[in-house]
Design a protein. Structure first.
Length: 142
């Protein structure tokens, strides 16, 4: 996943704080399972399902003079999917759903003569990214 964020130097005041946009490459990995809504049956070869998973999201990279560092965060995801299985020969899968992960702001954003963020702003919160996947499976041991 690619992400852009505005970088700030909390030690400066006013417009001088803005350090521009920072581009981060974010990586995610998860383990999950899918619950087939029709059980072992299909409807004309179609199988709707619900997906659930747990994993991590990580982003490396910092901007000089900005104390923010995303690091590695716990993540969870949900979603819906549709599989097409004609005559048990192969399977096409389409899934969509969000991945949720927690974002933490550094303490330096809340301190100093002119804090970047007010103390009423939460120091952490959940963000999400939408994921769309497609796949093809070919059974080899049937």
């Amino acid at each position: 996943m690619n992400s852009n964020r505005d970088a700030f130097n909390p030690a400066l005041i006013g417009n001088a704080r803005a350090l521009g946009q920072q581009s981060l490459a974010m990586y995610s990995g998860d383990l999950g399972f899918a619950l087939n809504l029709t059980g072992r049956r299909t409807w004309h070869g179609f199988i709707p399902n619900l997906n659930f998973g747990l994993g991590i999201v990580s982003a490396a990279g910092t901007t000089k003079d900005d104390p923010y560092d995303f690091g590695t965060q716990f993540a969870f995801n949900t979603g819906i999917g549709l599989r097409y299985n004609p005559a048990n020969s192969y399977e096409i899968r389409l899934d969509a759903g969000p991945t949720f992960y927690q974002n933490h702001f550094p303490p330096a954003y809340y301190t100093g003569t002119a804090p970047l963020l007010a103390n009423t702003v939460s120091r952490s919160g959940y963000q999400h990214s939408m994921n769309f996947t497609a796949g093809l499976s070919i059974p080899i041991f049937r």
